[in-house]
Design a protein around this ligand. Structure first.
Ligand code: ADP
Length: 192
């Protein structure tokens, strides 16, 4: 199994790159953002709860998010491995993920962090908002809040995995294919 965390701020291209990585490495893509949007679209209880946070650019509470993530992994333990996209977003989520994988004799193999500066992110998300249908992509102050939450709650996860020798930085500026090549080079260098 190859278990990767695709890491980086909102709008850094995780979803785009995950789709290409899934094709190449035959992994299962798990995006907590997509899972929440599915729940919201189906007006489930979980979806209704999550929407209250997402619409403000805040994080959905850990207990909701971790439970949802575990269910998804549990239902797909026959996969070749996972690409986690948008998860973990807090240190508590990172620890819960590791504990859960360990309980299944699995582990996080690598965290790949896409680097994109703030102004480029705001530009990309506003552009995406023209077609994504996502209300959280339309309002610049909500986007900036998501970036702030990323910096305070999420970015420490990089150091957490770096201390274990598992974190890798990847330049997230360039064409989709250039960035994909950079990611693949990193993965191939750690893939055992
Ligand atoms: P982006 O990467 O553009 O922010 P996502 O689709 O990953 O988009 O996430 C959309 C929203 O869903 C986030 O702003 C947050 O409110 C919520 N969300 C997604 N993943 C998590 C998570 N792991 N923990 C808490 N909230 C999450």
């Amino acid at each position: 199994m190859l278990n990767l965390i695709l890491f980086g701020p909102p709008g850094s291209g995780k979803g785009t790159q995950a789709a290409k990585l899934v094709d190449k490495y035959k992994l299962l893509h798990i995006s907590t953002g997509d899972l929440f949007r599915y729940e919201i679209g189906h007006k489930t209880e979980l979806g209704m709860k999550a929407q209250q946070y997402i619409s403000k650019g805040e994080l959905v509470p850990d207990e909701i998010t971790i439970g949802m993530l575990k269910n998804k992994v549990e239902a797909n333990l026959d996969a070749n491995g996972f690409i986690f996209d948008g998860f973990p977003r807090t240190i508590a989520q990172a620890k819960a993920l590791e504990d859960y994988l360990h309980s299944r004799s699995l582990e996080v193999d690598a965290l790949l962090a896409l680097h994109v500066h703030d102004e480029e992110i705001v530009k990309r998300i506003l552009k995406r908002g023209e077609t994504s249908g996502r209300p959280d992509d339309l309002d610049e102050s909500i986007i900036r809040n998501r970036i702030e939450v990323y910096k305070s709650e999420t970015s420490p996860i990089y150091d957490y995995f770096d201390k274990k020798g598992k974190a890798y930085k990847v330049d997230g500026i360039g064409t989709i294919d250039e960035i994909f090549d950079r990611l693949c080079k990193q993965i191939d260098s750690i893939h055992i």
